[in-house]
Design a binder for this molecule. Structure first.
Ligand code: ADP
Ligand code: MG
Length: 396
C-alpha cells in the first residue's frame, strides 16, 4: 500500500474503530499535449501524476463502530439537515466529517456525494456506506485533484457494491458528477486520465468518440523526467477568455462548414481571417501535433515528442494567445537547460507549464526558474517532478 492509502486506512480506523472493506486510490493528471482541442472534438494526450487521492470504504456498522466525537458530530449534523443521509464521509486532510446526502453543500464532500448521485441517477443501488479520504494531489493547482477524488470514490464503490461498471463508464459518471452535481463544466480528459492511465504510459483520448488508447511513455528507461511548474498566477481572467475562445472556434467551424474544427484541414484555413484564423490555426495544427506526438512515443522518439511540445507552446502563445510572461519564461529557461520539450499545460491564462528533461538536469532547471521568477517579481512557483504513474486502482 502507498503511504497515502495507509493514511486513508488509518483515518478509517480512528473514525469508525474498524477495518475498512475496500481501499482504492486514483491519481491527478497532467496534459502532455493537445490544448483547447477537447471542445473542438479533437485529441488530448495526458498521463497520470504520482500524487493521488485514496479512499477507504466500509459498511455502516453499529453505533459502537463510531468513536465518541464522530458520533456526536454526526448527530448534531443530522439534527440540522432534513435530507436523507446515505452514509458518512470523513476527510483526513480537512479533518471534517460530513453526512452523505443528495444535497450540494459547497464543501469537499460534494465530489463523493456527486459520484453517489450520478450512480443513483444511472439506476445503481448504493446502500449505506462510510468512507475516509486522504490525498496529496495539490488542490486547485491544475493537476485535477477533483477528478482524483471522484475516480477513487467511483472505483471503490464499484468494487464494494459489485456494480461491474467499466472504467470508461465510471469516468463518464464522474464527469457527470462534476458537471451536474458540483456544477463545474469540464471535459472528459481528467476523469479518463485518472481512471484509465497506466504506469509508464500516456493516454491518447479522442474527445469526440471517447475512445482511448495507451501509448508507451517509459521515461525512467530513457533517463527522463517530467517537471511541472505551477506558476501560482491566479487565473481570474480564465473564465471569460476561455468562453471567448470557445465561441470563436464555433464561429470558425461554422464559417468552414464543419461540425467541429477537428474536421478542418490546414488548407481550409486561408478561407478565414483575423482572430478566427489564428484560433482555428492553433486548433487544427495542435490536433495534428497530438497524433504526431503519439506516433513519436510509439517509436520512443522523445526528441521529436519534445519538438512538438515546443511547437504547441508557440502556437498557444502566438495564435491562441493564452500564455503569460511566467509560462513563457519557464519554457524559455527549459530550452536553455536543454529540456527536450516544454509548454504551458491546462487552459493557460496562468496555471502550470511542463518540461520533459533529462532526470539529472531537472533540479538545475527548477533552481534557475526559482531565481529567475524572484528576480522578475513573479509569484513563487511550486514544482512537481514525476514519472507517468498508474491510474485508479483498488489496492485491497
Ligand atoms: P483541481 O484543479 O485540483 O481539480 P478543483 O477546484 O477542481 O481543483 O478541485 C479541488 C477540490 O477537490 C478541493 O477544493 C476539494 O473540495 C476536492 N478535493 C481534492 N482533493 C481532496 C482531498 N484529498 N480530500 C478532500 N477533498 C479533496
Ligand atoms: Mg478540478
Amino acid at each position: 500500500m502507498r503511504p497515502i492509502e495507509q493514511r486513508a486506512v488509518q483515518a478509517y480506523r480512528e473514525q469508525f474503530l474498524e477495518e475498512p472493506a475496500i481501499i482504492a486510490s486514483a491519481p491527478g493528471r497532467v496534459n502532455l499535449i493537445g490544448e483547447h482541442t477537447d471542445y473542438n472534438g479533437g485529441f488530448v494526450l495526458p498521463c497520470a501524476v504520482e500524487q493521488r487521492v485514496a479512499v477507504a470504504v466500509g459498511a455502516v456498522g453499529h453505533e459502537s463502530g463510531l468513536n465518541q466525537a464522530t458520533a456526536s458530530t454526526l448527530l448534531s449534523q443530522l439534527a440540522f439537515g432534513s435530507d436523507a443521509v446515505q452514509g458518512v464521509l470523513y476527510s483526513a486532510d480537512f479533518r471534517e466529517l460530513c453526512p452523505l446526502t443528495g444535497k450540494r453543500t459547497g464543501s469537499w464532500a460534494d465530489y463523493p456525494c456527486g459520484v453517489v448521485w450520478a450512480l443513483t441517477a444511472q439506476g445503481h443501488e448504493v446502500p449505506l456506506f462510510r468512507a475516509t479520504f486522504a490525498g496529496d494531489v495539490p488542490l486547485g493547482s491544475g493537476l485535477s485533484s477533483s477528478a482524483a477524488i471522484e475516480a477513487a470514490t467511483a472505483l471503490a464503490l464499484d468494487a464494494f457494491f459489485h456494480l461491474g461498471i467499466s472504467g470508461k463508464d465510471l469516468a463518464v459518471l464522474c464527469q457527470q458528477a462534476e458537471n451536474k452535481f458540483v456544477g463545474v463544466n469540464s471535459g472528459i480528459m481528467d476523469q479518463y486520465a485518472s481512471l484509465l492511465s497506466q504506469a509508464g504510459m500516456a493516454l491518447l483520448i479522442d474527445c469526440r468518440t471517447l475512445e482511448a488508447e495507451a501509448v508507451p511513455l517509459d521515461l525512467a528507461a530513457a533517463g527522463l523526467t517530467l517537471v511541472v511548474c505551477d506558476t501560482q498566477v491566479p487565473r481570474e481572467l480564465s473564465a471569460t477568455g476561455y468562453n471567448a475562445r470557445r465561441q470563436t472556434c464555433e464561429r470558425a467551424a461554422h464559417a468552414l462548414g464543419v461540425k467541429d474544427l477537428r474536421d478542418a484541414h490546414v488548407r481550409d484555413l486561408d478561407r478565414l481571417s483575423g482572430e478566427e484564423l489564428k484560433r482555428a490555426r492553433h486548433v487544427v495544427t495542435e490536433n495534428a501535433r497530438v497524433l504526431e506526438a503519439a506516433e513519436a512515443l510509439r517509436r520512443d522518439d522523445f526528441v521529436e515528442f519534445g519538438r512538438l511540445m515546443y511547437a504547441s507552446h508557440r502556437s498557444l502563445r502566438d495564435d491562441y494567445e493564452v500564455s503569460t510572461p511566467e509560462l513563457n519564461a519557464f519554457v524559455d529557461l527549459a530550452a536553455q537547460f536543454r529540456a527536450l520539450g516544454a509548454r504551458l499545460t491546462g487552459a493557460g491564462f496562468g496555471g502550470c507549464a511542463i518540461a520533459l528533461i533529462k532526470s539529472e538536469g531537472a533540479q538545475a532547471l527548477v533552481e534557475s526558474v526559482r531565481q529567475h521568477f524572484a528576480g522578475r517579481g513573479f509569484p513563487r512557483p511550486i514544482f512537481y517532478t514525476f514519472q507517468p504513474a498508474a491510474g485508479a486502482e483498488v489496492v485491497r
